[in-house]
Design a protein around this ligand. Sequence first.
Ligand SMILES: *Cc1c(COP(=O)(O)O)cnc(C)c1O
Length: 380
Amino acid sequence: MNTNSIISFIRDVYKTDEFIPLHAPTFQGNEKKYVLDTLESTFVSSVGKYVDDFERKMEVYTGTARAVATVNGTAALSAALYLAGVKRGDLVVTQALTFVATCNALFHLGAEPVFIDVSRVSLGLCPVALDNWLEENAQLTEQECVHKKTRQVIRAAVPMHTFGHPVELDELIAVCNKWHIALVEDAAESLGSFYKGKHTGTLGDYGALSFNGNKIITTGGGGMVLCKTTKSGARAKHVTTTAKVPHPYEFYHDEPGFNYRMPNLNAALGCGQVERLESFLEQKRKIAQGYETFFAGSEYSFVREPDYAQSNYWLNAVICDGDEVRNDLLTHLNEAKVMARPIWKLMHRLPMFADAMRDDLAVSEFIEARLVNLPSSPTI
Ligand SMILES: *Cc1c(COP(=O)(O)O)cnc(C)c1O
């Protein structure tokens, strides 16, 4: 298959001769109306009805007990890890094949990442590799999981649902329970993705969503902590809003809090966008099916949702037959103003995480050398 036929296929899908981005937002519903309403009411900041509306809508959609809106996805993840008990000096197990935000969130709590390989099926944290690494390196004391050599507590595992494809959650939950480690799902890319009928981010102890401009719906910048119980949800709201004890005029804060709350202005945009979510999901599934059919039998293997899950197909991807094929595809598409992107550099290749503990990363390295993301915006 030559790259020109790929370019014309994508130009046909998007029906344009102009630049085609990887993922662009659209605002064709009530977004403008709701945002203008915040300006007219002057409630643009930390108080206002849209924050509550947006949180309630996401609780209904994801089926979680409590959703707490934050300034961005990184803040949501950081708050989730903090709530899961991650402290200075702890180890947090995650994948090297992820966007840097996953690691930044734990790093700023003073924790250190441990990189484990991904599953070839989900492109997310591999439960078998995780259990094997723990068998070799960890030991259970009273109620904690401790690294045999460094004696650091292994506090949490953070799988990431890569490009919207859900990880093997039942298996990961079993490993985390066995080792008494918390499970925090980085669901930043997987709003609208379901694992055996349950929304991603709601099966672990906590989940984090992102509403950055390139995600499936956007609030400009924004995120959300998904909490399993109303009790943990109340605590999430408390610590992300300066830990202020409610009072009409007194300032009393009962623990060191974060100022991670989402402004009402952004939540208004979110309320408009969430009304469009089902239609975005439908369009994205159609685009993904188009790619899958187009690439069938070629040297590009389309990344499809795992059999046990329903993906939002946030970013479409192909795995090329070798890195030369990959480099060719990247150069030709970008030259033709059809945006294509390699997957992120693995986290242990970045200077700040180069010395982090890591297991064998053969699958992550295989994917890193071959994967290309293709334009994935909803078409209308
Ligand atoms: C987008 C994203 C985040 C959060 O990003 P923000 O820009 O802070 O909203 C976290 N993890 C992953 C994997 C992401 O793709």
